[in-house]
Design a protein around this ligand. Structure first.
Ligand SMILES: Cc1cc2nc3c(=O)[nH]c(=O)nc-3n(C[C@H](O)[C@H](O)[C@H](O)COP(=O)(O)O)c2cc1C
Length: 188
């Protein structure tokens, strides 16, 4: 079964960011059979601050491996000082760029208000462009009033969650048929 990894760069539980990535994952699961794994920074543990991948403790190293090994990703960050959080970037600094090339990715972020809603476009999209990921055209941002107790309570955000999930599912299908075509091609 395709592995869908949702990663939330929050240290809070409950967490708006975790709620948002879980909402997208639940929508993807309505479109196709997927094995969903959700991780946050508490799962990574306190040793995440290591400066080299080799020095990461096992829980953090396993999250990096899960991100690299996933068939698709849903990423989420709380907005910190108008951008993705430092620890969000720190996690992706450990990721092998080759592992994300061509990988379907949906982008999400949450913030205290709506002032920084474009962080998904101006912060996350260029980062995953660097990785040459296949990014869902619809990204999702939710402010404090739009996601309450981990649940999306705003209709427009819910629409974007549904659109991002539909697009991610289509990208997953395209990636899978590309792999099958490559396997079926006769050796040159
Ligand atoms: C250090 C710090 C900086 C923040 N900076 C911003 C900001 O620039 N813009 C914003 O909208 N929210 C900002 N926030 C609020 C968080 O982004 C917001 O509460 C987020 O939804 C928390 O997500 P969580 O519940 O998943 O932890 C900041 C919070 C912290 C702790």
């Amino acid at each position: 079964m395709p592995r869908l990894v949702a990663f939330s760069a929050s240290t809070n539980r409950p967490s708006r960011t975790r709620g948002l990535v879980e909402a997208v994952a639940a929508e993807v699961a309505r479109h196709r059979c997927v094995e969903v794994k959700v991780f946050d920074l508490l799962d990574a543990g306190p040793g995440l601050g290591a400066t080299s991948r080799a020095a990461l403790p096992l829980p953090a190293a396993r999250i990096i491996e899960a991100i690299e090994g996933a068939d698709a990703l849903i990423v989420g960050t709380p907005v910190h000082q108008g951008s993705y959080s430092g620890l969000f970037k720190h996690v992706f600094d450990f990721v092998d760029p080759a592992a994300l090339a061509g990988k379907p990715v949906a982008l999400t972020a949450t913030g205290g208000g709506l002032r920084h809603a474009l962080v998904v476009e101006h912060g996350l999209r260029p980062l995953f462009g660097f990785f040459a990921a296949h990014i869902a055209p619809t990204s999702v941002y939710a402010g404090a009033d739009e996601i309450v107790a981990g649940a999306v309570v705003d209709a427009l955000v819910a629409d974007r969650v549904a659109a991002a999930a539909r697009e991610l599912s289509l990208l997953m299908g395209a990636a899978a048929s590309g792999r099958m075509a490559a396997q079926a091609a006769p050796a040159a």
